[in-house]
Design a protein around this ligand. Structure first.
Ligand code: UDP
Length: 420
């Protein structure tokens, strides 16, 4: 059964001191033209991971723009989310072994969710593969349907791709973060590309006093005066947490006193996260310079903010990455990033803007760049500042909502037209 997530609206004016004016104005005029329509967003989890983060902010702003917007989360048991996580991994390139049992679990769960979708919507945006089957199974709903893919589908396992494609028929439009991710079978259909964005008004991104940030990280066991390397990510093999520990240990040999904080939330739809978290914790247990934190050890949004603020360098060692909101979040605080050159991260940074990109599996390159930024603090500061500027122009939630409203106009009226 679908569950509704309730959110308070956020007025667009609240963004006027942080976001580009033209983005806010276009949001306002597009929303005026869309007034009266009913929109539903559907995804798999209300917390943990980038999609829930994005929806929390986008839905609140769309409601603040005067639109009637609801957010639903699909229900599923552990077996269903094991299936969808392996589908997710398969779509990012891991081997995927389909079976009749997988098909049955996916379809039965989707059918139960689809039956509870209210019929009154004009536009429905389905996020990611977990709820993708709702389009075909909720035949009582006469809406325009958009499928929004947030993951890196540039090199999918063919069986995973085939599994998903069967359920993607019938959507009116498909959205990917970047052209490299577009599944070839969809190319003849209506496909658009635009990336997500971060919310400068979220407790995770609001400016915090430096003293508060220091107190928070100290509270969690990090010494505020010593250099700090941070990765904020779900415990997911694609984020390579063991690679981060390897790079940290080698960098510590050259920067004595270096500490590492691995901060990772648990998501409702990610049973794999618990297993990996335990393994990472075991690996770090004997090392007092490594903090392994999660939302269950008391890391909330404000804590993430403080760690991103206090980090001397943020590392993002993703092997595949749909977008990586955490990169923009760090840059928004002018913290430089050393990241794997993978997926959506390449939109956010380039060498000289925000930090350094290196081959995702090249530990040597990570160590070199991390040490460089830990020791050349002037360079680190300059790169971080340029990164923030790029985020302001391209990766705030106002730009994301603007792009989404353009697309909704298009699927409802046949063309995006001009804003007025
Ligand atoms: N996050 C969090 N607490 C944590 C770890 C992550 O709130 O302990 C947030 C993080 O700040 C970001 C999101 O979860 O907003 C992760 O999004 P991203 O796009 O980086 O990766 P995804 O999880 O979607 O693969």
């Amino acid at each position: 059964m679908l569950r509704r997530v309730h959110l308070a609206p956020v007025a667009p004016e609240a963004y006027q001191d942080t976001a580009p004016t033209e983005q806010i104005e276009e949001c306002l005029s597009r929303a005026r033209n869309l007034r009266g329509i009913r929109i539903a967003h559907i995804n798999a989890t209300p917390y943990g991971g980038g999609v829930s983060e994005l929806l929390r902010s986008a839905v609140a702003l769309e409601r603040g723009l005067g639109l009637a917007v609801d957010w639903f989360v699909i229900a599923g048991n552990n077996r269903f989310f094991e299936v969808t996580k392996s589908l997710h991994n398969g779509l990012q390139g891991a081997p995927f072994l389909p079976s009749a049992e997988f098909e049955e679990i996916y379809e039965l769960n989707s059918r139960a969710n689809a039956a509870t979708l209210p019929r009154e919507y004009d536009v429905i945006v389905v996020h990611d593969p977990q709820p993708a089957a709702l389009r075909q199974l909720a035949s009582h709903v006469e809406a325009r349907w958009i499928w929004r893919c947030h993951i890196d589908t540039s090199q999918p396992d063919p069986a995973a791709e085939a599994f998903l494609l069967r359920w993607l028929d019938g959507y009116d439009a498909y959205v990917f973060t970047m052209p490299e991710f577009v599944l070839p079978a969809l190319q003849a259909r209506k496909v658009v590309t635009f990336p997500p964005g971060i919310d400068p008004l979220s407790p995770k991104n609001l400016p915090l006093a430096a003293m508060l940030c220091r107190r928070i990280v100290t509270w969690h066991g990090v010494e505020a005066g010593r250099p700090l390397l941070v990765q904020v990510s779900r415990y997911d093999p694609w984020k390579d947490p063991f690679g981060v520990i390897r790079v940290f240990r080698r960098a510590r040999e050259r920067v004595p006193g270096l500490q590492l904080a691995l901060i990772g939330s648990m998501a409702l739809d990610d049973p794999e996260g618990w297993r990996l978290y335990e393994q990472v914790r075991a690996e770090a247990e004997q090392d007092p310079d490594i903090l392994v934190g999660t939302n269950i050890t008391g890391i909330s949004f404000v804590e993430v903010n403080a760690f991103q603020h206090c980090a001397w360098v943020v590392i993002q060692k993703s092997i595949r990455e749909g977008f990586g909101l955490v990169v923009s979040e760090a840059l928004w605080k002018e913290t430089p990033v050393v990241a794997g050159r993978s997926g959506g991260i390449t939109l956010q940074m380039e060498d000289g803007i925000g930090g350094f990109l290196v081959p995702p599996e090249d530990d040597d390159a990570f160590v070199e760049r991390v040490v460089q930024l830990l020791t050349d603090r002037e360079l680190a500061r300059a790169l971080g500042q340029r990164g923030r500027q790029r985020v302001r122009e391209r990766f705030l939630i106002t730009r994301y909502v603007r792009d989404e409203l353009r697309l909704m106009t298009e699927v409802l009226h046949g063309s995006a037209g001009t804003e007025e």
